[in-house]
Design a protein around this ligand. Structure first.
Ligand code: PEP
Length: 252
């Protein structure tokens, strides 16, 4: 059985005190109200990692960075390495988010370095993929996503690939309030699973969790998660309110 996962991506939001408060609120709600079989992850700013790890029950809630450096260490001012992330007690790192690709020029080449370092340091990458609006309008989303995967995670040895979580996030649905319909989500998730099966075999494809991201909220989570190939969500805006985040977790 593959894992059901709901991961929050706080992005560049919350100061440290607000972050600790939010993590504490999520921790309490999850402890009391979330189903045990849903893996909950909080993707927080780097400077929050240590405190959030101290605040939550890390046996119940995973903590994630939102990025890591493409180099292991050295003269890279302002960068935070995968080893540093791991040393805080965080277990995950979000890689390849469309905002990083678009605003910080993250190419497949850079992502391959980050993926390798994350895996070497025992972090679980939550690898994001997804197409922009013009690609969706041209109905070329499958080819677009396939290329993203072929240039990056499909080059990993199977034992490394098996450690990943994938997040499909159509760029046109991120932070826009516009969600992919349940059918659109299922269709492309099934496609992603089919190309994983072609590359790594049916068993690996069946075990890979593929999350949906893009304006997921308590009101649409249930319908999205009911799809057989949607294994949870990567949640931006709605992860900034503990009750909304719990509402999404309860979508399972
Ligand atoms: C995201 O950025 O990963 C995301 C899914 O954002 P939102 O939920 O706000 O659309």
């Amino acid at each position: 059985m593959r894992k059901k996962i709901v991961a929050g991506n706080w992005k560049c939001n919350t100061n440290l005190q607000e972050g600790i408060e939010l993590a504490g609120a999520v921790n309490n709600l999850v402890a009391n109200e979330a189903a045990n079989d849903v893996v909950v992850v909080l993707g927080v700013p780097f400077i929050h990692l240590t405190k959030v790890v101290e605040t939550v029950d890390t046996n119940r809630i995973g903590v994630s960075a939102q990025n890591c450096a493409a180099e292991p260490k050295g003269a890279f001012t302002g960068e935070v390495s995968a080893e540093m992330v791991k040393s805080t007690g965080a277990q995950y790192v979000i890689l390849g988010h469309s905002e990083r690709r678009e605003y910080y020029g993250e190419t497949s080449e850079v992502l391959n370095k980050k993926l390798a370092l994350a895996l070497e340091n025992g972090l679980t990458p939550i690898y994001c993929c997804g197409e922009p609006l013009e690609v969706r309008e041209a109905e070329a989303q499958n080819e677009f996503v396939k290329k993203q995967l072929e240039e990056t995670i499909f080059n990993l040895p199977v034992d490394e690939f098996k450690k990943l979580v994938i997040a499909y996030e159509p760029i046109w649905a991120i932070g826009t309030g516009k969600t992919a319909s349940s059918e659109q989500a299922q269709e492309i998730h099934a496609y992603i699973r089919s190309i994983i099966a072609e590359k790594f075999g049916d068993e690996v494809a069946e075990e890979t969790s593929i999350l949906y991201g893009g304006s997921c909220k308590p009101s649409n989570a249930k319908e999205l998660f009911a799809n057989k190939d949607v294994d949870g969500g990567l949640i931006g805006g709605a992860s900034l309110k503990a009750e909304d985040f719990l509402g999404i977790i309860k979508g399972f």
